[in-house]
Ligand binder design. Sequence first.
Ligand code: AKB
Length: 343
Amino acid sequence: MRRRITLITGANGEVGHGLIRQLRAQPNPPDIVVLDLRSLDADVLPLVDQSIVGDILDVDLLENLSSEYDIDTIYHLAALLSTHSEFRPEAAHRVNVRGTLNLLHMAIDQAEWRGKPVTFIFPSSVAVYGMPNLTAKASAPPVSEDSYLNPITMYGCNKLYCEHLGRYYAQHYRQLAANPTPSGIDFRSVRFPGLISATTMPAGGTSDFAPEMLHHAADGKPYACFVRPDTTMPFMAMPDAIRALIELAQAPADALTRSVYNLTAFSLSAEQVAERVRAAFPHADITFAPTPGRQNIVDSWPANLDDSAARRDWGWMPEYDADRAFNDYLVPTIRAKYAHKTA
Ligand code: AKB
C-alpha cells in the first residue's frame, strides 16, 4: 500500500511554512511531503513526513514521487513572484507554467492510479488583472473574477494561463477521445491579494512594499517605499491566506460554481500602511521613492477585489480586517520577532 499524503511544492516560502503549521494543527492532520529547491527550514522540518530537495521541472523526480505515494491533495505553491519574474521572464515561464503543467500531469497520473480525484490547490494572484489606467482603477467597483484580465507582468500572464490550464485539465482534457473520461483533477484556485506575514519577509514580489515597511520599522532600519503614497491595492494577513487554502481544499465539490475565486480582506494605500506602521513604531523612518517600473505594475492591479463568489460558495470570510491584522497579528508578532535586536 502506498502511503496517502498531501504534497506541498514551494514549501519553503512564506505561505508554505504557514500551511505546514496549520495542516499539522488540524484534528486529523495529513501526512505531509514537501518539495522545494532548498531544504526545508529547521523550524518546520519536524512537522513534515518527508522533505525533498528538488525541482518541479524534474519530471523523473515527479514520476518517482507519483509512484511512491498516494497523493490525495497537492498545494502547488512553487512560483517566481512578479518582480523576480520581470528580471527573468523566460525562467519565470519555465517555473510558473512548465512547472505547473508537470504537476497537473502528475495529478492526472495519480488520479488514474488511485481511481479517485486529486485535489489540486493553485494560488493565483491579483496580478492576473490589468487596469487600463489610474482613472479606471480609481473609479472601478471592486473587480470580480471575469473582468480586466489583461495582466502586464510575466507572472500575471503565467498565473492567468495556469488557471486556464487547470480548468482545461479538470473539465475538457481528452475531450475528443472515443470515450472521454474525467481526468480526475479537482482543480481549485484562489487569486490572492498582497499577502502580509509577520514572520517572514517576502522575496521577489511587487506587493512587498507593505510587509517591507513593517519589517524595516520593527528592525530599526529606514525604508524607501518604491510606490507613491496614494498607491492602493488589496491585502490579506497571512493566517487568513493559509486558512483560505485549507478551506477551499475541504469545500464540498458540489458547492463550487467556479474553478477560480477572488479573495480579499482589506485595501490600503501605501500612505495608510505607513501611518499604521508609524503609529506602532514611532521612530519608523519611511520615505517614498517610487520606481517607475514597479509603480506601473501596482498601478495596473485593482484597488479592490470582489470576493463575493468565494463567500457565497464556500463560506470564505476573512478574520483579519486592517485593524485586527495590524493590532492583533502583525505589530505584536513583528515586535516580538525583532525585540532582541532593538532592545
Ligand atoms: C507579488 O507581488 O508578486 C505577489 C502577488 C501580488 O501575487 N505578492
